[in-house]
Design a protein. Structure first.
Length: 277
């Protein structure tokens, strides 16, 4: 795949949606094709699953059933939304992904984390983000401020403390692919650090050499030489050479120039965010 997969994770009310919008706005400004999506719910199947797992009107759902519903949402979402956008070369910005299932449904619900992760990786075809931005926040400063809580937000402080620890453990075991930021930093400060990291990833992706495939000779066109092809031309054809047809002048269309990731990273220090092209 030639796109870039960026995921925002964190507890409820950590500010993920705000930072998703910030990154999408910047990518639009610098003319980078991108797609904003979320889990659960951004597929036809996911919409039904979201209603079941979040509605306070839902009946009692066992921890394992809840976990499998969330994983089913991800399986459909990857096939229907995420992979097609990556194959088009877009930057996919996703609000929640596999880490949320491990943190909430495994650690939060006290299920075997290794088992949950194995099933989730299988369901998502082992598609992993290029970058996971984890917005870390104390749940007592976040969830408690939500006025009307959904089914998961109402699970209690102990549950949300376990969820937070689940996220942090995932980031600790793979720091190269995580950017952990205090969720209570200013919106602009967080957005600037995210932009810098994404610009670096885009630059690295463009620096990789494109694989080239040498064309194999076509056996049907490699015919034996014709011994008569080297014969002397007949007098008629020798005395009347045929002039080649005059070729029409080629129209050269200048391609649209997008700013390179190097230019993007260089301009991040400019408060105006202007990128010269």
């Amino acid at each position: 795949m030639s796109g870039l997969f960026v995921v925002f994770e964190g507890g409820d009310s950590a500010g993920k949606s705000t930072q998703v919008r910030q990154l999408a706005s910047w990518l639009k400004h610098v003319q980078r094709p991108h797609l904003v999506t979320h889990e659960p719910g951004d597929s036809w199947l996911g919409g039904e699953i979201r209603r079941l797992v979040l509605s306070t009107d839902s009946g009692d759902i066992s921890a394992r059933a809840e976990c499998l519903l969330y994983i089913a949402d991800k399986a459909q979402h990857v096939v229907e939304v995420v992979k097609p956008a990556l194959e088009r070369g877009e930057v996919v910005i996703c609000d929640r992904y596999v880490d949320s299932t491990i943190a909430y449904q495994a650690v939060g619900r006290s299920l075997p984390a290794d088992d949950v992760e194995t099933i989730a990786r299988w369901a998502t075809q082992s598609l992993r983000p290029d970058l996971t931005v984890l917005l870390d926040v104390d749940p007592t400063q976040a969830v408690s401020r939500i006025a009307e809580k959904d089914r998961i937000e109402s699970a209690g402080e102990d549950f949300h403390r376990r969820v937070r620890q689940g996220f942090l453990r995932l980031a600790e075991r793979d720091p190269e692919h995580y950017l952990v930021l205090p969720a209570r930093d200013t919106v602009d400060s967080i957005a600037r650090r995210v932009r810098l990291r994404v610009a670096q990833l885009l630059e690295a992706a463009e620096a990789e050499p494109s694989p080239t495939t040498a064309a194999e000779p076509n056996p049907t066109t490699a015919a034996e030489p014709n011994p008569t092809a080297a014969a002397e031309p007949s007098p008629a054809t020798a005395t009347e050479p045929v002039e080649p047809p005059e070729e029409a002048p080629e129209t050269v269309v200048e391609p649209t120039r997008f700013p390179t990731p190097t230019e993007l990273a260089r301009k991040l220090s400019d408060p105006s965010g202007t990128v010269e092209t």
